[in-house]
Design a binder for this molecule. Structure first.
Ligand code: DOR
Ligand code: ZN
Ligand code: ZN
Length: 421
């Protein structure tokens, strides 16, 4: 089947280009001016076309926590957010620590048939931090990386062995960095606002110590490693200096870390509770600097949908996490591109090309011959975020009521329209 995008502004790796784009057989077959073809045509005048967005860090909750989200609702939310591929974390029930669960997720993806879903296998069995999971078998079944996300592998030697095993299978470890003994029950950033509210704080050091540990392992072993959801100014600095030494470290952050500060916790709104916690202005600014200078490679959502009952409790008891997949693109565009911090091409790198490179997904670029995974957006349209309209089961966002630009109009996967606004 053919599909023609007319008069589009294509967001390429090194700039923008006005052209028509023809899709044939699931691939981009031609990019040129004035393509005439008797087929289904989308008028893209005034619209931007991106390589399909890739979110390399989401929680889809299936199997086991379908009250929060399932693969179908999560996929609907993903394509509405402009995502053509997501990578889902293994903290499900049962934990995705074996080939059967990986295969189950792939099977559910083929049933739902919206975005591509790449399972991330656990590092350790049951995410218990002790025995290694079946890394080779999970890779064979389709896992694209391993992670104990939600937890750090506390035993450094287990982490070392996991990095070596994973590397042997061509997989990377995605590291959730949190020294749990130092966190000691903290629920927010430790600082002025934790004192003001009486909520127990967690030091930046709890995150930084593990970022530094994972980098030390990666450097000693000469193995690549990826740091999840960086939230601290000091963590950015550790990663920056490691990269300067040639350590093979990559890193991601999320919109809440470059938009919000812990001033929001004074509302006691449990939708502000996330792990790692949102921190202070100097952290927020350092995250933006890290995105600008390439220290931070990717923008992910850490989409963590929760049921209302998990959040409608007192702050200390509420679940950590934000439902982010339907707001990530407009928030990133509004707060990074419209403010002049990043170019559109650079944003596209952070949300598509770089995640694809890091995980070897073979996507992330608009060029002839590439897979026709594309996201079409209207960047001029302003609208107000309304969590009541989320397709995700998780309505837990601190961004309700925020004014944003950048409406996703179409999400195209393998040449097929999977979402149309
Ligand atoms: O806020 C978070 N929520 N951080 C995590 O690391 C896990 C996630 C979840 O699974 O809810
Ligand atoms: Zn995490
Ligand atoms: Zn996560």
């Amino acid at each position: 089947m053919k599909l023609l995008l007319k008069n589009a502004t294509l967001v390429l790796r090194n700039g923008e280009k006005k052209a028509d784009l023809l899709i044939d057989g699931g691939k981009i077959s031609r990019i040129s001016n004035n393509i005439e073809e008797n087929c289904k045509t989308v008028d893209c005048t005034g619209k931007h076309v991106f390589a399909g967005l890739i979110d390399m860090h989401v929680h889809l909750r299936e199997p086991g926590f379908e009250g929060k989200e399932d693969i179908e609702s999560g996929s609907r939310a993903a394509v509405a957010g402009g995502f053509t591929q997501v990578c889902c974390m293994p903290n499900t029930n049962p934990v995705c620590d074996n080939a059967v669960v990986v295969s189950y997720i792939k099977y559910r993806q083929s049933q739902v048939n919206l975005c591509k879903i790449n399972p991330v296998g656990a590092i350790t069995r049951g995410q218990e931090g002790k025995a290694m999971a079946e890394i080779g078998k999970m890779k064979e079944a389709g896992a694209v990386a391993i992670s104990d996300d939600g937890k750090t592998v506390a035993d450094t030697n287990v982490m070392r062995l996991a990095m070596e095993y994973a590397h042997g299978f061509g997989l990377k470890c995605l590291c959730h960095c949190e020294d749990i003994n130092l966190v000691d029950g903290g629920v927010v950033n430790e600082g002025y606002n934790s004192t003001l509210t009486g909520l127990k704080g967690s030091l930046r050091a709890a995150e930084d110590i593990i970022i530094a540990r994972e980098i030390a392992l990666a450097e000693s072993l000469d193995i690549p490693v990826h740091i999840c959801h960086v939230s601290t100014y000091s963590g950015v600095e550790i990663i920056r200096s490691a990269k300067a030494r040639g350590v093979k470290v990559t890193a991601e952050t999320c919109p809440h870390y470059f938009i919000l500060t812990d001033d929001i916790i004074t509302s006691f709104d449990t939708n502000t509770k996330v792990n790692p916690p949102v921190r202070e202005e100097k952290d927020r600014l350092a995250i933006i600097e890290g995105l600008k200078d390439g220290t931070i490679d990717c923008i992910v959502t850490d989409h963590a949908p929760h049921a209302l009952k998990d959040k409608q409790v007192e702050y200390n008891l509420a679940a950590f996490g934000m439902s982010g997949i339907e707001t990530s693109f407009p928030l990133s565009y509004t707060y990074l591109v419209k403010t002049g911090q990043l170019t559109l091409s650079c944003l596209a790198d952070k949300m598509s090309f770089n995640p694809s490179e890091i995980l070897n997904l073979g996507a992330g670029e608009i060029k002839e011959g590439a897979l026709a995974d594309l996201t079409i957006a209207d960047l001029s349209e302003k609208y107000v975020i309304d969590s009541g309209k989320f397709l995700s089961k998780g309505k837990n966002t601190p961004f309700n009521g925020f004014e944003v630009y950048g409406k996703v109009l179409y999400t195209i996967v393998d040449g097929n329209i999977k979402y149309k606004n």
